[in-house]
Design a protein around this ligand. Structure first.
Ligand code: PLP
Length: 374
């Protein structure tokens, strides 16, 4: 089954008792059992819920993994991956990641005895130098948030495996439609399904896609820790993912036009978009991705004040955190999504703006940006 077909069909057979074509929202906390110790596949909704099962089966098919395990947010998904480790273990993490991911490993898991070192994952010698005998994971984002760096996932997975570590890829920006990290050797794929997979800015969720044995460990954590998505959240995500392919095609086409426009704009000093031939990761992205995605970051002339003015001056691009929805968003990472890394080596420039390019008519988006840039 090809991607677009799997997005609509896998895990989503018509409901057998009524024939309902859409997977029902099984809004129940518990399931009646015919006999003590015997059940029909479900006992209690933290442990399992059929709407969540449908989403998990679909996401595993899309990432090409044996298992997918869903959580109540992208950060809860990342937390579950970190809980596969033990005190004394070490993680090598990308120097450019979502600020909340760094905050979690730095402020939560470090206290539990797991050390994380942030390095530039585009430089393989630096990565090799950061690996210690205790390193269990290399944690990558490609494209990264917010600097849109591209890292060589095949080379990183080889390096990780040489050292007995596993490669985790946060595939939120690319989605499985544009990039399938396990085909490049990654062991675990993390998603904030809040973004492109859900696609409509109406629900928060996360997922980890991986092999069957690791999937079982994560399902144990899903139940034992309890950060599960509710049935309606799982349903909204499942409804969104059906159109992931067509949405991503449009996100990519719009972003390519906008990146070229911004690249020529006198008020823009730098455009970070892997689809531009001058981007340092362009060739690599062309090899490991189907297309270049819908996220663009730009640096604007005039520093933080100018950046604020542009972010507050757009009308169609809503000033808001998050990304990956049908509507375009603009934000100032230094003050908004990445405020938690201010003062660390992960701090981002204060003239940087991040755009999540939506699927509106691109001419309207270009006009909006042109006016706001002044
Ligand atoms: N990973 C990336 C790349 C993100 O951009 C985000 C959120 O912005 C997360 C993970 C965290 O996901 P959530 O907000 O669903 O917890």
């Amino acid at each position: 089954m090809q991607f677009e077909t799997a997005a609509i069909h896998v895990g989503q057979d018509p409901e057998p008792t009524t024939g309902a074509v859409a997977v029902p929202i099984f809004q129940t906390s518990t399931f009646v059992q015919p006999r003590v110790g015997e059940h029909l596949g479900y006992e209690y909704a933290r442990t399992g819920n059929p709407t969540r099962t449908a989403l998990q089966e679909c996401l595993a098919a899309l990432e090409g993994t044996e298992a997918a395990v869903c959580f109540s947010s992208g950060l809860a998904a990342g937390d579950a991956v970190m809980r596969l480790l033990s005190p004394g273990d070490h993680v090598v993490m990308a120097g450019d990641v979502y600020g909340g991911t760094w905050r979690q490993v730095d402020k939560v898991h470090r206290r539990m005895g797991i050390e994380t070192t942030a390095v530039d994952l585009t430089d393989l010698d630096t990565v090799a130098g950061a690996i210690t005998p205790a390193t269990r994971l290399i944690w990558a984002e490609s494209p990264s948030n917010p600097l849109l760096q591209i890292v060589d996932l095949a080379a990183l997975s080889e390096l990780a495996h040489e050292h007995g570590a596993r490669l985790v890829v946060d595939n939120t920006f690319a989605t499985p439609y544009l990039q399938r990290p396990t085909e490049l050797g990654a062991d675990l794929v993390v998603h904030s399904t809040t973004k492109y997979i859900g696609g409509h800015s109406d629900t928060v969720g996360g997922a980890v896609c991986t092999d069957a044995a690791t999937g079982e460990e994560l399902a144990f954590l899903q139940n034992a820790v309890g950060a599960v998505p509710g049935p309606f959240d799982a349903w909204l995500t499942l409804r969104g993912v059906k159109t992931l392919g067509v949405r991503m095609d449009r996100h990519c086409a719009n972003a390519a036009r906008i990146a070229t426009f911004l690249d020529d704009h006198p008020r823009v000093t730098e455009v970070l978009y892997p689809g531009l031939p001058a981007h340092p990761g362009h060739d690599l992205a062309a090899r490991q991705m189907r297309d270049f995605g819908g996220m663009i970051s730009v640096r604007v002339e005039g520093g933080i004040d100018a950046a604020r003015r542009v972010a507050e001056g757009t009308r169609l691009f809503f000033l808001a955190e998050s990304l990956g929805g049908v509507e375009s968003l603009i934000e100032h990472p230094g003050i908004m999504t990445h405020a938690s890394v201010a003062g660390t080596t992960l701090e981002v420039p204060d003239d940087l703006l991040r755009l999540s390019v939506g699927i509106e008519a691109v001419d309207d988006l270009l006009e909006d940006l042109d006016r706001a840039l002044g």
